[in-house]
Design a protein around this ligand. Structure first.
Ligand code: URP
Ligand code: ZN
Ligand code: ZN
Ligand code: ZN
Length: 464
């Protein structure tokens, strides 16, 4: 028997429209939208959305649950991380499976499936981190694209760990030009950065703030430029992850003006935090160590502008939490040993709504950069990222007037601090459905580990 849920009286916001409409869900999918009072649906359950926004569940295209890094592991498991995501109005994550050097892509992907399967509260998909480009890996990329892992992250940073040289990058790009995959680039000149790290430490510059000083904006811009030109030579599209420097935004803007298929992502931490946080006294700055690093505040305006002009298309979190106690502390006396990454999967939709309140972006742009575009970029649209007949019933009731204070005391991420501790935001998630099932019901968690399903993806939907 079909189960019908009606969501009535809200303002439905998608990337393209804002309409006062009721939404009918049949089982796991959206069946219809209609103007209130014009339909006679018989629903088993009616959810009152009066005064609320009805928005597509967030799509966070950049998370690292349980990532091994710097001798430890990101502190959120797929269970805790996807539950926190749901609390924050995100109903799909795309996490990064890791190929370790000397191993196959398949081994890495199998390992990530094993971590996630049966544990997720919301739906999930995978990108593949390629750390070892060789003939075997290149062939495996074709197979992965066919089975729904259609994007591959490479690193111009972290020599000796995830790093690929320009030749390896070019080969992977040539392969993706053929097989339809999308290369996602961590664009920082890691070879040069390691020289600066060594020199800083030799001068006794060991505090967290030096992490931001050695990972120079120019070295992000240089790598971004190089990645763009390598992709151009290969005839491949390119997606640059976690863009933080205004000089890197300028490289993306120029490439897009030239007509290249170049895309850019930024993250809330670059929009809301700065090197002031990295410079917090008493080793507190370690809480803000991530790569690319936080930048001086003046970069933020350029990121907002890029989001408005579509030189940047996506806001993901790069959620990669490490507890302050016992994890970030590994780098006391040597900033280069602080595990890189910030928590944020729970905060993205709220912080971007605050950007709407602050006038940086429109409501529809909020949904576009947080839901629709990531779904399209990574081959999940319109199943994910919108509210339309046939789409998965991943729906958030959002209260645009509720006030909240972000804090580790109240968040659900498995990490002992909040990067946004004490920040007041207007707007809060009220209710969340994932494929028609209530995961958050009026601020109560009703989800379960194992509800979340693996999503095989098609290729990037901006290329055809
Ligand atoms: O600092 C970060 N971003 N950690 C996660 C790994 C990555 O480079 O995305
Ligand atoms: Zn990265
Ligand atoms: Zn990342
Ligand atoms: Zn096509």
């Amino acid at each position: 028997m079909t189960r019908r849920t009606a969501i009535c009286g809200g303002l439905v916001i998608t990337a393209s429209d804002e309409i006062h409409a009721d939404v009918l869900i049949e089982d796991t999918r959206i069946a219809a939208l209609a103007v209130p009072g014009t339909h006679s649906w018989s629903a088993d359950r009616t959810i009152d959305a009066t005064g609320k926004y009805v928005i597509p569940g967030g799509v966070d295209a950049h998370t690292h649950m349980e990532l091994p890094f710097g001798g430890t592991f990101a502190s959120d498991t797929f269970e805790t991380g996807t539950r926190a995501a749901a609390w924050g109005g995100t109903t799909t994550i795309v996490d990064f499976a890791v190929q370790s050097v000397g191993h196959t892509l398949r081994e890495g992907l199998d390992a990530w499936h094993a971590k996630a399967e049966g544990n997720c509260a919301i739906d999930y998909a995978f990108h593949m981190i390629v750390s070892d480009v060789n003939q075997e890996t290149l062939k495996e990329m074709d197979l992965l694209v066919e089975e729904g892992v259609t994007s591959f992250k490479q690193f111009m940073a972290y020599p000796g760990v995830f790093y690929s040289d320009d030749g390896q990058i070019l080969r992977a790009m040539q392969r993706s030009a053929d097989n339809g995959g999308l290369i996602m680039m961590h664009a920082e000149n890691g070879i040069a950065i390691d020289v600066l790290v060594e020199q800083a430490l030799a001068r006794g510059e060991t505090d967290p703030r030096y992490h931001g000083e050695v990972r120079k904006a120019l070295l992000e811009a240089e790598a971004t430029h190089r990645a763009i030109r390598l992709a151009q030579v290969a005839g491949a599209p390119l997606y640059v992850v976690h863009v933080s420097a205004m000089e890197a935004v300028a490289e993306l803007a120029r490439a897009r003006d030239e007509g290249l298929h170049v895309f850019g992502e930024t993250c809330p931490q670059y929009l809301f935090l700065s090197t002031d946080n990295l410079a917090e006294p008493g080793f507190e700055g370690a809480k803000y160590v991530c790569s690319t690093p936080l930048r001086p505040r003046e970069h933020q305006a350029h990121l907002w502008k890029g989001l408005r002009t579509n030189d940047l298309q996506v806001v993901s979190t790069d959620h990669c939490p490490f507890c302050f106690t016992g994890q970030k502390e590994l780098g006391r006396g040597d900033f280069s040993r602080i595990p890189n990454g910030l928590p944020g999967v729970e905060n993205r939709m709220d912080l971007l709504h605050q950007a709407v309140v602050d006038g940086h972006i429109s409501r529809r742009r909020w949904i576009e950069i947080a839901c629709a575009t990531p779904a399209r970029m990574f081959g999940m649209y319109p199943k994910k990222g919108t509210i339309a007949p046939g789409a998965d019933a991943d729906v958030v009731l959002y209260d645009p007037h509720a006030e909240q204070v972000l804090s580790a005391e109240t968040h659900h991420m498995n990490v002992d601090y909040s990067a946004y501790e004490g920040r007041r935001v207007t707007g809060r998630v009220e209710t969340v459905l994932s494929r028609g099932e209530l995961v958050i019901d009026r601020r109560e968690y009703t989800g379960r580990a194992g509800h979340g399903a693996y999503i095989p993806r098609s290729t990037c939907q901006y290329l055809h």
